[in-house]
Each structure stands twice: as C-alpha cells, then as structure tokens.
Design a binder for this molecule. Sequence first.
Ligand SMILES: C[S@@+](CC[C@H](N)C(=O)[O-])C[C@H]1O[C@@H](n2cnc3c(N)ncnc32)[C@H](O)[C@@H]1O
Length: 219
Amino acid sequence: MTKETLTLNDALQAYVVANGSAPDDVVRDLIEETARVLPADAGMQIAREQAAFMTLLTRIHGARNALEIGTFTGLSSIAIARGLSDGGRLTCLDVSEEFTAIARRYWARAGLADRIELRIGPAAETLAALPGEPHLDLAFIDADKTGYLGYWEALVPRMLPGGLILVDNVLRHGHIVDPMPGDAGTVAMVEFNRRVLADPRVESVLLPIADGLTIARVL
Ligand SMILES: C[S@@+](CC[C@H](N)C(=O)[O-])C[C@H]1O[C@@H](n2cnc3c(N)ncnc32)[C@H](O)[C@@H]1O
C-alpha cells in the first residue's frame, strides 16, 4: 500500500470520469462542437472531470464575485458560473472574439448569460483597469503561460481574505519536472509554481487532476 497519488492508466482514467456526475447536454455538446470546429485548439479546453470539480468547489466556497482569465469556448466559465451563489457574477477575460462567440452561445443555452460578463483584450490590461481593492472571492487562471506571474500579482491584492485562486496546467503534461529547451511556457510555469509556493500571502495545494490544478487560498 502506498500513500502516493496513483498513476492513471486509460482504464482508471475512464473510471474516474465515469464515476463523477455526468456532464449534461450543454457540456456534452460544447465539448463535441469545440472538437469538431476547432480541432487544432480543442486540447486547450479543461477536462470534463475538472469542470465538475470546479463547479463543486465554487459552490462549496459560496463564491459570488468570480473572474476567469482564458475563456476559449466556455467550458470552465460554465463550470464556475453554475457554482456561483444566487446573484453571483463571473467576469471572463480573453483576447479572442472567435473563440468566445462559441462561449456566448453556450452561456445563453445554459441560462447563464445574465451572470457572465465578457471583456475582450489582453488580460494584463483588463486586470489593470479593475478596481484595485479586494473584491474577488474566486479566480481562475488559464491563458498564456508566460503571463501567469503577472496575472497572479494583479489578482492577489484584489482577492478578498479567504478567496481562492485556481491555476490550470501547472504540471504541463509532465514536462514541469524536465522542461524541454525552448519550451517557454513550461519554463515560465516552473518559476510560477516556485513563486506561489514561496508566497506568504497564500496557502496552496497542487492537485494532479487533468494537467494539474493549483488551489491557492489568500490569507
Ligand atoms: C487554454 S485556453 C482556455 C480554456 C478555457 N478555460 C476552457 O475551459 O475552455 C486559453 C485562452 O486564453 C486566451 N488568451 C491567450 N492569451 C491571452 C491574453 N494575453 N489575454 C487574454 N486571453 C488570452 C486564448 O484566446 C484562449 O481562449
């Protein structure tokens, strides 16, 4: 018997996915359409079990004012928005009108359009224009990896005490422990993970779900 996290083979991975709450038609159709319409980019979408986890976490946390950096076609935003408390709001940041046009359709279909606001533009600029004082209780970072440190520094002062920052792709498909030369995204993530660990303003855990998800709680 070991206390270490299991390495999942295909059968175990399928078992994990099959034994969480099943995605509804909206999520199933969104995953299918993204794969069909954007085959080269569909790998950017979060995993369906991660989406279910993020809805549960958002709900348990009682989040009311959330922000997402990196929306793509909308799966993570739907996951967060579905977990918000009554009257809760999610602000989504992305640079792409093309990707987020798909997200907008699915927000409407899921009945979530009235609680999500989309801001198009480089996230660093959109973040800088937000109120500087603490007002967010949940944030999710899932955009350009070399931007993560800047997003982190912009987010932490804007988080309410006890607020959660979720960070995607922190394992970089395993390359985090042995970055390939020239892989700027992974090199940036090594430094990002080091800085989060050393940041006295948060307590954090790195979970091996999907491509790795850090959950940091602002003290
Ligand atoms: C990994 S995808 C996000 C996946 C999404 N969270 C999901 O669940 O489907 C990254 C997104 O970040 C956006 N992006 C890349 N660089 C950006 C930047 N500088 N500012 C804002 N968004 C950016 C891309 O357009 C893309 O939609």
